[in-house]
Write a protein that binds this ligand. Sequence first.
Ligand code: AMP
Length: 278
Amino acid sequence: MVIARTLRQLDRFRARARGPVGFVPTMGDLHEGHLSLLRRCRRENGAAVLSVFVNPIQFDRRDDFQKYHRDEKRDFALARREGVDCVWAPSAEEMYPAGFQTEARVRELSKPLCGTRRPGHFDGVATVVLKLFNQVRPDRAYFGMKDYQQFRIIERMVRDLDLRVKIVPCPIVREADGLAMSSRNRRLDSDERRRAARIRFALQSAGEMLESRQRSSKGELSRKFRDALAPERGDRVEYFEAVDPQTLQPRQPLKRPVLLAAAVWIGGTRLIDNLLLP
Ligand code: AMP
């Protein structure tokens, strides 16, 4: 397995790679969610590239960037075990040399849901993913539906800019109790961890309500979500929304296909999850 730290090293790997190249971009701290993407990537391509880069320009809060858990040694060992051919792990200076000032923005899809509360976040994501695509030049790239809005934004960017890469969405991998796997889960203490599992339950409860009734209002749906979540002291629903899975605009009337998406603070940790009713 090649560990590339500079563009030169990556180019050397890329020149030798045989068959279609698959790519899984991550911020490291790998868990089963990432590994499921990697396995599929390996299965469907001649060579598999994993990137590990905690992207400073997509964090709207400095403390969140600093707190982000990093463990390269463990990530590289897992990547090796999964048969990854190349890990692309550039430094922030390699990615953003002095004078860097260009941005990619997917205007409308970046506004709702997480975009409202995290200004600039998706511009940072689109910019780094565009750079990563240009650096790695993959034939296919794998994204988790856990970050559903991110997936739609990247898909749109690829179409709008004629990027020659196929975006492959992958299902959400969950813990046994339903909590969507996330690098942020490690910040939860045992009581918070218990509360966090109710996010998935609350999404399902709202989903069942939507399916069982001819017509439910947005208010009723939100109440159902909140009641099932039963937030405790220090927990807060940042948003819960029922949106069109393509445009991410509020779904009116409330019927399939619909994406139920939520961001919830459990104590000091912000978690997102969603339920797609196709
Ligand atoms: P991250 O390291 O959080 O930036 O995530 C890297 C990629 O892994 C993104 O495409 C995520 O959507 C995906 N991912 C993260 N968690 C999960 C999960 N629980 N299930 C499936 N994919 C995931």
